[in-house]
Design a protein around this ligand. Structure first.
Ligand code: UGA
Length: 432
């Protein structure tokens, strides 16, 4: 199939690359000329495992190319995917202006039948609006179909999630585009679900909100565990073996972040409110998530008493493992709160230090450390803020000797409690 992807962010770039990898002819469009230039030169603007191999391979085979021209991309393709940002607004609703302007641009340059697919995460009823907009600005009056095809990839595992999806959801206003969409996804061998367009949009918001709910649920259970001496990991294991529940997304910690869950929860609550539904359950999910950070900071403060002039080593800045993304990162929020309390920080992240530097204001109380084993040097305590697996390989003996007193606050439950205590650490984690 000849495919065009508009937007080369996480979703657009990974989707375009994986489509090329399975044999489609793909043109990726971005209005950021500098980004297009870098991509053409073989540079990958984001850290996402696997892309460094797949992008050059598919560019070399001639199946993947980059341009800044929407008209060129649309002209050369049968199916046009929209994968542009849908940023949050202060009231929790979503800014759909990028989607609207791309829809107008596509409409203005279509000269033959096209299928226009929305991949960006949008509130229910957006597809209907996109269809109306294209009809209005469709100069050549050619036929078209609008489809909603939500994306379920996780950052850090995006290539894997795209190549082996749990399901493909295709929401349509008529049956006409279904055959072509089946053809696009035939190489992926995944369950293919066709729904009406509003249901497809709701599947995305409902799925992300449910995953966030699972995390807040286990975090609330963690608070009860702390009050009773129970162990939340054992509780999660025991719950997770029930196939109806499942173990995934039952890891207690300092809460969820990133560019998806916080935004999608607010957007789902907002669109529900606009439709006359008060989604109180999801408001509680947000409140528990915010409270989780408060409880963790309190735990640190209660142990160290005064935070002013204390030096803390922080492991992790990204919002989760395997990514350099720091948007809405709980680890960054934790650093900001500790700095506000007057503490000095020595911070490290395997991939996200550059992006953290761009958002944390420079301060003489903030030092970036190149190697994880050097973070503890001269610190009063260590804090784990992101679930990077390499942190479990920390040289604990070296850390214990480097700290004034061996104290470790584990905001992601990465270490074994009994083992840490055997090594002589005062070890505080979440719900254990
Ligand atoms: C999430 C969804 O998992 C994807 O399916 C979806 O496609 C994506 O949003 C999106 O809407 O684009 P992502 O935000 O990349 O993916 O990351 P997750 O792996 O879901 O993690 C989100 C946050 O939850 C992280 O801060 C992570 O640390 C936290 N988390 C996750 C927990 O605190 N506990 C868990 O058990 C799992």
């Amino acid at each position: 199939m000849r495919l065009c992807i508009i937007g080369t962010g996480y979703v657009g770039l990974v989707t375009g690359t994986c489509f090329a990898e399975v044999g489609h002819q793909v043109v990726c469009v971005d209005n950021d000329i500098e980004k297009v230039r870098r991509l053409r030169a073989g540079e990958i603007p984001i850290y996402e495992p696997g892309l460094d191999v797949l992008v050059p391979r598919n560019v070399a085979s001639g199946r993947l190319r980059f341009t800044d021209s929407v008209a060129e991309g649309v002209e050369e393709s049968d199916v046009v995917f929209i994968a542009v940002p849908t940023p949050p607004q202060p009231d929790g609703s979503v800014d759909l202006s990028f989607i609207e302007s791309v829809a107008r641009e596509i409409a203005g340059c279509m000269t033959s039948y096209k299928i226009i697919v929305d991949k960006s995460t949008v509130p229910v009823k957006t597809g209907e609006k996109v269809s109306e907009t294209i009809k209005r600005y469709n100069k050549s009056k050619v036929d078209f179909d609008v489809v909603s095809n939500p994306e379920f990839l996780r950052e850090g595992f995006a290539v894997e999630d795209l190549m082996k999806p749990d399901r493909v959801v295709v929401g349509v206003l008529s049956q006409r585009p279904v055959t072509a969409m089946r053809e696009v996804y035939a190489p992926f061998d995944a369950p293919f679900i066709v729904t009406d367009i509003n249901s497809a949009e709701l599947i995305k918001h409902a799925a992300n909100s449910f995953l966030a709910l699972k995390i807040s649920y286990i975090n609330a259970v963690a608070a009860v565990c702390e009050a009773t001496g129970a162990n939340v990991v054992e509780v999660a294991n025991g719950m997770g073996l029930d196939k109806r529940i499942g173990r995934a997304f039952l890891n207690a910690g300092i809460g969820f972040g990133g560019s998806c869950f916080p935004k999608d929860l607010s957007a789902f609550i907002k669109i529900a409110e606009q439709l006359g539904v008060d989604f109180r359950l999801l408001k509680e999910v947000q409140a528990i998530n915010a409270g989780q950070m408060d409880r963790f900071v309190k735990k640190i403060a209660e142990t160290l008493w005064v935070l002013k002039d204390k030096r803390l080593g922080v492991l992790g800045l990204a919002f989760k493992q395997n990514t350099d993304d720091v948007r809405m990162s709980p680890a960054i929020e934790l650093c900001q709160r500790l700095l506000r309390e007057g503490a000095s920080l020595r911070v490290h992240d395997p991939k996200a230090m550059d992006k953290a530097r761009a958002i944390l204001p420079p301060s003489e109380r903030l030092e970036y450390v190149e190697h994880q084993d050097d973070v503890a040097e001269g610190c009063d305590a260590l804090v784990v803020a992101t679930e990077w697996p390499e942190f479990t390989r920390l040289n604990l003996e070296k850390a214990r000797r480097a700290l004034t007193h061996p104290i470790l606050f584990d905001g992601r439950n990465l270490f074994d409690k009994a083992e840490m205590e055997r090594l002589g650490f005062l070890y505080k984690s979440v719900g254990r």
